[in-house]
Design a binder for this molecule. Structure first.
Ligand code: GLN
Length: 483
C-alpha cells in the first residue's frame, strides 16, 4: 500500500513542490483520465486553485497539518458552499448549497484542496454507482467492470490517482464495497465519530462519512482530520482527539471469525481472507470462533429501515426548496407530483414506495417495528462477540466487481451482495475494508476488520499490520499523478 498523503505531505513541507504546482498536476490528470472513467461529475478547479494558494501560505507560515495542500475529492452528497451538490440526481440539478458540511469545513481550515465532486448512485442508493444521472463511473482496474457503489466515483478517482484521497458516505457499505471493488482502503467510522452535518441524508440512523484512501496510514490521517463531536449534529459524539497511533503490533489480539459471514462466499475470496488471517496468526494474533445467528436477518432489516428513513428524508424534494422543478403544471400538487415523477430515478422511486409502504398504518408493526426489534438483536449478538474477541474479520463483499450492466437484470442479487457490510451500519460499528488479494480475473478482493463502538483507532492499528507487512500489494493504475 502506498501512503500518498504521507509522501505528498513530506514533499510539500520540504519545499520540493508547492501545493499550486501539485494541484495543476492533478487537474491535468483529471482532464486526461476522467473522460474515460467518469469519476468526477462536478469539477471545482477554481476553488482548488484558491485552496492551493491558501495551503502554500499555511505551509510557509509553519501552520500546515498532514493534509495541508493535498488535492482530494468529495462524494457528490456532501454539501459544499456555492459548489454543485446534486447527489447525482436530476431532482437536485443545479443545486448549490449555501453552507459547508462540517467535514469540508474542517478540511478547508486545514488547507485541503478540493478538486471536485465525484460520481455516485443517485441519493447513495445502490451498489454499482450505475443509478447516477451522469452515467456510471468505470473501474480503473478493469473498465468493463463497475466501481461498486454508492461511493464509486471516489473509489475510481483515488484508484486512478486523480485524487490523493476522498470522502465517501456509508449507509450499508458504500465506502467499503467500492473500496474493495477498486482495490483501495475504505474506512467507515463508528456512527457519531464523524459529523454528518451537511451530508445529504439517505438513512439517517445508518449514514456515516469516512475516508477512502490508498493506505491505512492515509485513512488514519484523514480520520484524525475530520473526527469529533459537532454541535451541528446531535448524533455526533466525543472521541479521542489526538492523532491515531499506528504500530501494527498484533501480538495477543483476538480475531473473531463468524462462520455466518462466510456462507455463500466465493471460494477465492474466502481463500484470500484465510491467508490474511494466517499472516496475523504468524505475527502473534489468536483466532476465536464466534457465532452471529441473526447475521442473515441484517440484510432484510437494513432494506426495511433504510427505505423507511429514505422515504421520509426524501420528502423534502418538492420542487419548491431545492433544484429541479417540472416545467408545466396546473396546481401546487400537480407541480410536486410532476417534479418528483420527472426528478427521481427508478431505484429511488422504488425505495420511496417501499419505505412508505413499511411505514404505513397496518404494515408498520409487521415490517418497520419488527425490523427495529431485529436490529437490536443483531446489535446485541455483535456486542456479545466482542466479549470474546477484539475485532471481527470478514469479507467486504461475497463477490468481486460486477460486469457493467449486470445489476440491471439482477437487482436482488445486487442487494444480496450487501450482506457483509450492512450489519456494521445496523450496529453503528467502525469497520475498515482493505485489499487482501486478487481473483482469477485479476480483480481485487477486499476484507473487512470490524471493531466495537468507538474502537476506531484500534481497528486502524490492527489494519495497519497488513500495510506494514505488505500483506497485499496491488499495482498502480496507469495515467494518474505519479509521485
Ligand atoms: N448498497 C446499499 C444500498 O443500496 C448501501 C448504500 C450505501 O451505503 N449508501 O442501500
Amino acid at each position: 500500500m502506498k501512503s500518498v498523503i504521507k509522501t505528498l505531505s513530506e514533499k510539500l513541507r520540504s519545499g520540493q513542490i508547492t501545493s499550486v504546482e501539485l494541484t495543476e498536476k492533478y487537474i491535468e490528470a483529471i482532464k486526461r483520465v476522467n473522460p474515460v472513467i467518469n469519476a468526477y461529475v462536478h469539477e471545482t478547479f477554481e476553488e482548488a486553485r484558491r485552496d492551493a494558494e491558501y495551503a502554500d501560505r499555511l505551509i510557509k507560515e509553519g501552520k500546515g497539518t498532514p493534509l495541508t495542500g493535498i488535492p482530494f475529492t468529495l462524494k457528490d452528497n456532501i454539501a459544499t458552499d456555492g459548489e454543485l451538490t446534486t447527489c447525482c440526481s436530476k431532482i437536485l440539478e443545479g443545486f448549490r448549497p449555501y453552507y459547508d458540511a462540517t467535514v469540508w469545513k474542517k478540511l478547508k481550515e486545514q488547507g485541503a484542496v478540493l478538486l471536485g465532486k465525484t460520481n455516485m448512485d443517485e441519493f447513495a442508493m445502490g451498489s454499482t454507482s450505475e443509478t447516477s444521472v451522469y452515467g456510471a463511473p468505470l473501474n480503473p482496474r478493469n473498465t468493463a467492470r463497475v466501481t461498486g457503489g454508492s461511493s464509486g466515483g471516489v473509489a475510481a478517482a483515488v484508484c486512478a490517482d486523480i485524487a490523493a484521497y476522498g470522502l465517501g458516505s456509508d449507509t450499508g457499505g458504500s465506502i467499503r464495497q467500492p473500496a474493495s471493488f477498486c482495490g483501495i482502503v475504505g474506512f467507515k467510522p463508528t456512527y457519531g465519530a464523524v459529523s454528518r452535518y451537511g451530508l445529504i441524508a439517505y438513512g439517517s440512523s445508518l449514514d456515516q462519512i469516512g475516508p477512502m484512501t490508498h493506505s491505512v496510514t492515509d485513512a488514519a490521517l484523514v480520520y484524525d482530520a475530520i473526527k469529533g463531536e459537532d454541535c451541528a449534529d446531535q448524533t455526533s459524539a466525543p472521541v479521542h482527539m489526538g492523532p491515531t497511533a499506528l504500530n501494527g503490533d498484533v501480538r495477543g489480539i483476538k480475531i473473531g471469525v463468524a462462520k455466518e459471514f462466510f456462507d455463500g462466499i466465493n471460494p477465492q475470496i474466502k481463500g484470500a481472507i484465510d491467508a490474511a488471517i494466517e499472516q496475523y496468526k504468524n505475527a502473534g494474533a489468536e483466532v476465536v470462533e464466534v457465532s452471529i445467528p441473526a447475521l442473515k436477518l441484517a440484510l432484510p432489516v437494513y432494506y426495511i429501515i433504510a427505505c423507511a428513513e429514505a422515504s421520509s428524508n426524501l420528502g423534502r424534494y418538492d420542487g419548491i426548496r431545492y433544484g429541479y422543478r417540472a416545467a408545466n403544471y396546473s396546481s401546487v400538487d400537480d407541480m410536486i407530483t410532476k417534479t418528483r415523477t420527472e426528478g427521481f430515478g427508478r431505484e429511488v422511486k422504488k425505495r420511496i414506495m417501499l419505505g412508505t409502504y413499511v411505514l404505513s398504518s397496518g404494515y408498520f408493526d409487521a415490517y418497520y417495528k419488527k425490523a427495529c426489534l431485529i436490529r437490536k438483536r443483531v446489535e446485541s449478538q455483535l456486542a456479545e462477540c466482542f466479549e470474546k474477541c477484539d475485532v471481527l474479520f470478514a469479507p467486504t463483499a461475497p463477490v468481486t466487481a460486477f460486469p457493467l450492466g449486470y445489476s440491471g437484470g439482477n437487482a436482488l442479487e445486487t442487494y444480496l451482495s450487501d450482506v457483509c457490510t450492512v450489519p456494521v451500519n445496523i450496529a453503528g460499528l467502525p469497520a475498515i475494508a482493505l485489499p487482501c488479494g486478487k481473483d482469477k480475473d485479476g480483480l481485487p478482493i477486499g476484507m473487512q476488520i470490524i471493531g466495537k463502538k468507538f474502537d476506531d483507532e484500534r481497528v486502524l492499528d490492527i489494519a495497519y499490520f497488513a500495510e506494514k507487512s505488505k500483506l497485499c500489494e496491488l499495482e498502480d493504475v496507469e495515467g494518474g499523478v505519479r509521485l
